[in-house]
Ligand binder design. Sequence first.
Ligand SMILES: Cc1ncc(C[n+]2csc(CCOP(=O)(O)OP(=O)(O)O)c2C)c(N)n1
Length: 325
Amino acid sequence: MTEQKDRELYHWLRLIREFEDRVSHLDKQGKLMGGVYSGKGQEAVTVGFCHDLRWDDWIFPLHRDLGAYLVKGADPKRLMAQIFGKRDGFAKGKDSYLHGGDLSNGIFGATSCLGATLPVAAGMAYKFKMRKEDRVAVAFFGEGASSRGDVHEAMNFAGVHKLPVVFVCENNFYAYSTPNELQFGVDNVADRAAGYGFKGEIVSGNDLHAVLKASKKAIDRARKGEGPTLVECKTYRYHGHSEHDRADYREEEEVITWESRDPIQLWEVYLQRKKYDFAAIQAETTEKVKRIVEEALAFAEASPAPEGPEAMEDLYAMPIDTEAV
Ligand SMILES: Cc1ncc(C[n+]2csc(CCOP(=O)(O)OP(=O)(O)O)c2C)c(N)n1
């Protein structure tokens, strides 16, 4: 890979970490409403799957995927305003962490009802196929959501019609407090792909190189009309399910073991071994990501809160010209 791309990927990893750490901190300061679901530790998955997508592709992030929003092109200022429940957020103040899609950048908002976005992703991919467009839908979901009926239906439909969709399971080993062995009877979520008639692949979700390789294969396959792929990324969330969950159902040793496979530190080792001027890259990146997050925060804090009557706006879609979408 070129130095420019290596640096760009580093920028995204670090921006996501900085953004999420700041949001967690804001939550602890009592400045936010609603839940905060940190994806700290899972950054390589969203960077790896979103970085090489086209603007006109679509992503369907899960509740833990602020990073996917950022890499796919969402404005950090609007994303922060969304989290503050302000009028400049994507949902114009109707929600905070969830339910804020950025439709102008091909980002479908996460839903509370987990797994419910997968049939929408399959439907979007069906539209691409019907129109003979070489666009791709990428749907993220947790291994907990993988037990939902919607998820099976979406994958079955996608397999039948060989749709241009990539299903990305972020297996962080716990659905809230439920461990994998109480979640499914197979060894891996990816094992199920065979039952839908497409390929399943397992990768280390903390290793950005591995994720990039798997995402390229799956996205190329979808774009060429060869159908869906299910990629299971084994990863780990450092925080609890949400900021109010102390996650004491996990052993400290397990947490430390995963922290020692940190996706950002792994990428830093790679940058150092490539013999770039790592000290300069690191300093420049740190300055830049801190500035972006500070600016986003200042914007969100200055953004007005919505007025009461605005709660009734945008509840139903206006009839649209479907040919123009
Ligand atoms: C359909 C549905 N069932 C239950 C919940 C409650 N709930 C919210 S997050 C969560 C755990 C989800 O685990 P997973 O899908 O693995 O994603 P993760 O949070 O680990 O990233 C649960 C059970 C929900 N939001 N939606």
